[in-house]
Write a protein that binds this ligand. Structure first.
Ligand code: BG6
Length: 519
């Protein structure tokens, strides 16, 4: 097995783009785990959309790698996936040509000898297609294969750029605790230089997530008040109405904290809390994100709560409880809901509580960040408001709607017209993505695949970030594993989660904002 650090000049990676444009150089994209859902539902439709936008060079190829012995039916299946999940017309004029560039190679991921055959096959495809030596490996397999695949690629000399550039994109979960994440990082970095590694968090591909940075750093008026002097607290919610959708065995080992909080929610948190980077470059952005994570002190165990859904009603339909889901332990202690309260110990954020919650089978699907500002120092209208139609003055609230109704709204108080007194009522200024731009945001994978092929790591997790976030959550996971939850299930499907999550905020005299998905 290769153990040496591979030296790649980051300048070489930049040459991956054609003439400085955002079009990658020709290459082969090799997708491991190609028979899985992700490839068919997300990756191939995203690649085809890039093709439609003219962002894929014509002499490039896609090679699906999976264990099953498949032939031409793989390309046919991918074609069907592109049409179904990519909303592409069956007779799209670009589809035939694109599908011709899809190949398949059957391989047991831990069969070291099989990789020699893969190398020969890639070289053959490259020669026939005049593609050159650039290779992008995309690991969409079960996580236990990440390390063997990387090590085998290294052993065959496939990780080292010869005349081309080589990158490896790795899906989540990147480890299941701090130790396993460190081990995986060490194995990956023994073969690939960190500049070649693209750790995927699909939240970073979402337009609305990237827009947090634009909102903060392309506008002059928000940053001066983006701190402890003006912000009372921040809530980040990732609420899903879906259950585990047949992913029982995966979810049993994961749970909400590992599945969503440690990665997607921490990415959102970092974009909200990071200091202004010196540029929109990978190094600058990732450095500031890691600094924000490092400012978070150990999360006391009492500041983390968990829940599991029982049966209930979601969207008018009766649904079963988690323990009755297919291939789930009927006595399962896995959490389908997690909430934490944390703080950042730095000058910008000291004393501001951040509340994060994520859960399945909640009342409404909505991922939102709400930033509650402090009340004005003197409430001269309060008395009068009490006599009017609104009983209290609501503090300003900035809501960043990540999905599904993508947009941003700002709540402020306005005088109720014609009221005999100075009655104040909350109103909203609203920005709606689809109204403003006339189109809904693209599948995040388009951006991430393109960036990975271009060698741009800005929207990918850095090894340090992954380790710091696992470091924060591992003690909680260990404490939870050591102590069975007392009452599971503890929330009804279709509710807003367990009561213990409400208590987490009540201690600070706060309440979860449950009017999600609207203004
Ligand atoms: C995935 C988790 O990473 O993110 C899923 O494994 C979760 O359990 C999903 O449902 C949520 O993603 P999105 O884009 O629907 O918010």
């Amino acid at each position: 097995m290769a153990t040496a650090q591979v030296k790649v000049n980051p300048e070489d990676l930049k040459q991956f783009a054609v003439g400085g444009e955002r079009i990658p150089m020709p290459g082969i994209l090799v997708i491991f785990g190609a028979s899985g859902d992700l490839t068919k539902r997300k990756l191939l439709p995203a690649l085809f959309h890039l093709e439609q936008s003219g962002l894929l060079p014509p002499n490039s190829a896609i090679v699906g790698v999976a264990r099953r012995p498949l032939g031409d039916e793989f390309a046919a299946d991918m074609r069907a996936g592109i049409v179904e999940f990519g909303s592409v017309a069956k007779d799209d004029p670009k589809l035939d040509g694109f599908v011709k560039r899809i190949h398949y190679y059957g391989l047991q991921f831990d069969d070291a000898a099989g990789y020699a055959g893969l190398k020969v096959e890639l070289d053959r495809i490259a020669t026939e297609g005049n593609i050159g030596a650039n290779r992008h490996f995309y690991l969409a397999t079960a996580p236990e294969y990440f390390a063997p695949i990387v090590e085998n690629l290294g052993a065959q000399g496939m990780a080292q750029p010869a005349q081309g550039v080589v990158g490896v994109a790795i899906e989540k979960p990147f480890g299941h605790d701090l130790e396993s994440a460190k081990e995986l990082n060490a194995k990956v970095n023994a073969v690939f230089h960190e500049d070649q590694v693209f750790r995927i968090d699909h939240y970073l591909g979402k337009e609305t997530v990237q827009n947090i940075l634009v909102f903060r750093f392309a506008n002059g008026i928000f940053e001066p008040i983006w701190n402890r002097n003006f912000i009372d607290h921040v809530q980040i919610t990732a609420a899903e109405t879906l259950g585990v959708e047949g992913r029982g065995p995966f979810y049993e080992k994961a749970g909400a904290l590992r599945d969503v909080v440690q990665n997607h929610m921490m990415e959102l948190l970092s974009f909200v809390t990071m200091e202004p980077p010196s540029s929109f470059g990978a190094q600058a952005i990732r450095r500031e994100k890691v600094k924000a994570y490092r400012a978070i002190p150990t999360i006391p165990i009492k500041n983390a709560v968990r829940g599991q859904y029982g049966p209930g009603i979601v969207g008018g339909e009766h649904v079963i409880g988690y323990r009755d889901e297919v291939r789930v332990d009927p006595n399962s202690g896995t959490e389908t809901f997690a909430a934490v309260r944390l703080e950042l110990e730095n000058w910008r954020w000291a004393g501001v509580p951040f509340y994060l919650r994520a859960g399945k089978r909640l009342k409404k699907r909505a991922t939102e960040i709400s930033i509650q500002f402090k009340q004005p120092p003197l409430l001269i209208f309060n008395q009068m408001a009490e006599q009017g139609p609104c009983s209290e003055i609501h503090p300003n609230l900035l809501t960043i709607r990540i999905q599904p109704d993508e947009g941003i709204s700002l709540r402020f108080g306005a005088k109720v017209p014609s009221a005999p007194s100075m009655a104040v009522c909350p109103v909203h200024m609203d920005f709606d993505y689809s109204e403003a731009f006339g189109k809904s945001s693209a599948n995040g994978y388009e951006r991430l695949l393109l960036d990975a092929m271009l060698g741009d790591q800005t929207l990918f997790a850095h090894r340090d970030g992954v380790e710091v976030t696992w470091g924060l959550y591992t003690p909680i996971l260990e404490a939870w594993a050591a102590k069975e939850p007392e009452v599971f299930p503890n929330y009804f499907a279709g509710s807003w989660g367990p009561e213990c999550a409400d208590h987490l905020l009540e201690r600070d005299n706060h309440k979860w904002r449950n009017e999600l998905g609207g203004k």
